[in-house]
Design a protein. Structure first.
Length: 418
């Protein structure tokens, strides 16, 4: 035999088994090349480190075991597993930003785990040993104390794992969770011998339930709208100084935080031409499924309704009887482009057709959470009150309802999901 080549076993024209070998396989003169007996019949037969020089004696001084059981090539597998852990990401979000805080029900992410056991992961220090008699799974569930009850899917050796010198091997599996919620995730391993128990792995290593510091991930529905929206507008709250107790509320229906640096919010009257604007300072961010609140000259909200940014560059009080417009713009290159726009009452430049007229003093116009939302369901205690404001068909008359009692929300308000 040459130092490299292949051997194929056929029955007629049907290939029963084959082996491609290289000079990494043992090839001592006078000794048969023997596959470890515990690896026979597995995918491990193609791995050089599971072959050895036969120790069986033959007449004439050569070595081999024809017609007899193979050597086990010194395999001394330690059970149960010595070590395993979630390798990357330990949890969501990942520090490098590649894995977000919230994922969609349709998203898929690769999750990695490393493990170690003597003679299972130590024969090939440049990558995976791919020991064929071990099973790994990635699981997720809502009860971190009972991982046995989670949903589990098979993990396999990561083909991209290479290392200059490591005794660990690496597994990879795909995480996809079809139902929204907050979940724990982790790995488990077991040898495939009958009766071998599962070993559970968290961020730090092996763990024994109910203990365990597993990874966590929040799963949200795919957003109804893929951009920040104008979610609620109130043109005032009475007469005198209360006439400018006004606000403009923004909502982020997406699953990622959005940097609002240098964005502009503008107002114009129902039939006027010029827009008066305020530019948001650098560093202002609206959280995924969160709010950002701009308050007028005499805005009075406190607590969760505290404004994130004040403005005096315009006054919307006239819009409570006549109508008006608010728009949100983002700087793209050297020009501002519309992200969202609202026109109400007699406003002559809405998205689609204008939203209803502004309600009485103390009221507001609010974007719907979903297409079936109404003024009643959006009110405090209503079925849609805490479902965000993601309905956007680019038709203001369809997307907004009137609120008799306004309800401003800012960056410290709870996140809302539809």
């Amino acid at each position: 035999m040459d130092s490299t080549g292949s051997i194929t076993l056929k029955q007629g024209t049907v290939t029963v088994d084959s082996l491609t070998y290289t000079n990494a396989f043992p090839q001592t003169t006078g000794r048969a090349m023997s596959l470890a007996s515990s690896i026979i019949g597995t995918k491990g037969s193609g791995r050089a480190w599971y072959w050895c020089d036969s120790s069986g004696s033959l007449s004439g001084g050569d070595r081999g075991t024809p017609g007899q059981a193979n050597d086990d090539c010194g395999l001394n597998v330690e059970k149960p597993l010595n070590y395993c852990a979630i390798q990357y990401p330990k949890t969501f979000p990942s520090p490098d930003g590649a894995y977000p805080a919230t994922i969609n029900t349709t998203d898929s992410y690769d999750i990695f785990s490393q493990f170690y056991s003597y003679d299972v992961t130590t024969r090939n220090t440049q990558g995976n040993d791919s020991y064929p008699r071990i099973e790994a799974q990635l699981g997720y569930g809502t009860d971190a104390t009972n991982p046995a009850g989670w949903t589990w899917t098979a993990a396999d050796f990561n083909p991209g794992f290479t290392t200059p010198n490591s005794n660990n091997d690496e597994m990879k599996a795909t995480l996809q969770i079809p139902t929204s919620g907050t979940y724990s995730y982790g790995f488990r391993y077991r040898f495939t011998d009958a009766g071998e128990p599962w070993v559970y792995c968290d961020q730090n290593g092996k763990t024994v339930p109910p203990a365990g510091t597993y990874g966590t991930v929040t799963v949200g529905k795919a957003p109804l709208t893929n951009h920040v929206v104008i979610s609620e507008v109130s043109g005032g709250n009475g007469s005198g100084t209360a006439a400018t107790d006004e606000f403009i509320e923004l909502y982020n229906p997406t699953n990622s935080d959005v940097d609002l640096s240098n964005w502009q919010v503008g107002y114009k009257s129902a039939t006027g031409t010029p827009w008066a604007t305020i530019t948001l300072p650098a560093g202002r961010v609206i959280r995924a499924h969160g709010y950002f609140l701009l308050g007028g000259a005499n805005y009075s909200g406190t607590g969760l309704a505290t404004k994130d940014l004040g403005y005096t560059s315009f006054d919307m009080s006239a819009s409570t009887t006549a109508g008006g417009h608010v728009r949100l713009q983002q700087l793209v290159g050297s020009a501002y482009v519309d992200v969202d726009k609202l026109g109400w009452g007699t406003g002559n430049a809405p998205e689609g057709t204008a939203a209803p007229s502004h309600p009485a003093v103390g009221g507001s116009l609010e974007r719907k959470a979903v297409s079936t939302s109404t003024s009643v369901t959006m009110a405090v205690g209503g079925a849609d009150a805490a479902r965000g404001n993601a309905q956007d068909t680019d038709n203001n008359s369809v997307d907004f309802v009137t609120r008799a009692a306004r309800q401003p929300q800012g960056s410290t308000s709870p996140l809302e999901f539809y």
